[in-house]
Design a protein around this ligand. Structure first.
Ligand code: HPA
Length: 274
């Protein structure tokens, strides 16, 4: 562990009383989930030494420690990341996975990573909540390049990065609470531009159901750090060429806003089962 990272960890450990067990990364427009937390400690990421922060609108960086409480139930201790750094901001994938390394170092054993994504699967609509079953990495980047990997025999972990048991449990939770969800393959691109219609046709041919500019490096890093991982995409728009309307960040935040009740209910009920 390098010195700068250790300084970030020291800063955070001095401010919390209980170690987090579950980490949650909130995607574009999905940050309001954090308002449900009780007994919170809120830390702007700009206060943390060496912590990378985002400049993108709607990604205001905060770490919130707390728990969920509902109808006499209390969740495990949570560390919630509101706002994330994207690869297109710096082209430095280590900045992108910094929060995951922080969560792992503080003791979190499970991760729910969420995002706003474009829908490629024509059976989806804007507003669809999609569990990520698997991913396609179209960036050529990998957060484990050059790192001291933590899998067996000095190689990165090779088994499924998204934890099958968590996916199974999450689908049951959605069913039990009457929240409509889909399941699919998330394709990671660098951005910052949205895709061309031809790129979307290519991704569809390769088996992608959704596309976005995040989440895969976090999944890879978390898995390699030994965390169980669940991914959820909010399909905020249909991808270029699938939808007749022109894509905008406005549409992304508008849709995220429309589905935030279902999203927060889904994530909360999953956390209570973890
Ligand atoms: N493409 C890439 N990233 C996205 C999209 C999209 O259509 N929507 C939200 N994030």
């Amino acid at each position: 562990m390098d010195n700068q990272f250790q300084e970030s960890i020291n800063y955070l450990t001095a401010r919390i009383k209980v170690k987090p067990a579950i980490a949650i990364v909130l995607g574009s427009g999905l940050g309001e989930f954090a308002q449900l937390l009780s007994d919170t400690i809120v830390i702007p990421t700009t206060d943390i030494p060496h912590y990378p922060h985002s400049t993108v609108q709607g990604h205001a960086g905060k770490i919130i420690f707390g728990t969920l409480e509902n109808a006499g139930r209390r969740s495990a201790q949570l560390i919630v990341f509101q706002g994330r750094v994207h690869l297109y901001e710096s082209n430095d994938v280590q900045k992108v996975v910094y929060p995951i390394r922080v969560a792992a170092a503080l003791g979190a054993g499970q991760l729910i990573v969420t995002n706003a994504a474009g829908g490629i699967n024509r059976l989806f609509d804007s507003g669809t909540l999609m569990f990520i079953r698997d991913y396609i990495n179209m960036t050529g980047e990998n957060p484990l390049i050059g790192s001291t990997v933590s899998g067996t025999n000095g190689y990165p972990r090779t088994e499924a990065a998204l934890t099958p048991d968590l996916l199974k449990m999450a689908k049951l939770v959605a069913l039990k609470h009457g929240i409509a969800t889909k399941e699919g393959v998330y394709c990671w691109t660098k951005g910052p531009t949205y895709e061309s219609a031809s790129e979307i046709r290519m991704m569809a041919a390769l088996g992608a159901d959704a596309v976005g500019m995040s989440t895969v490096p976090e999944i890879i890093c978390a898995h390699n750090s030994g965390l169980k991982v669940l991914g959820i995409s909010c399909i905020t728009n249909m991808a270029t060429g699938i939808s007749p309307t022109k894509l905008s960040h406005g549409e992304v935040t508008e849709t995220a806003n429309r589905v935030k009740n279902d999203f927060t209910r889904l994530v909360s009920e999953i956390i209570f089962e973890m």
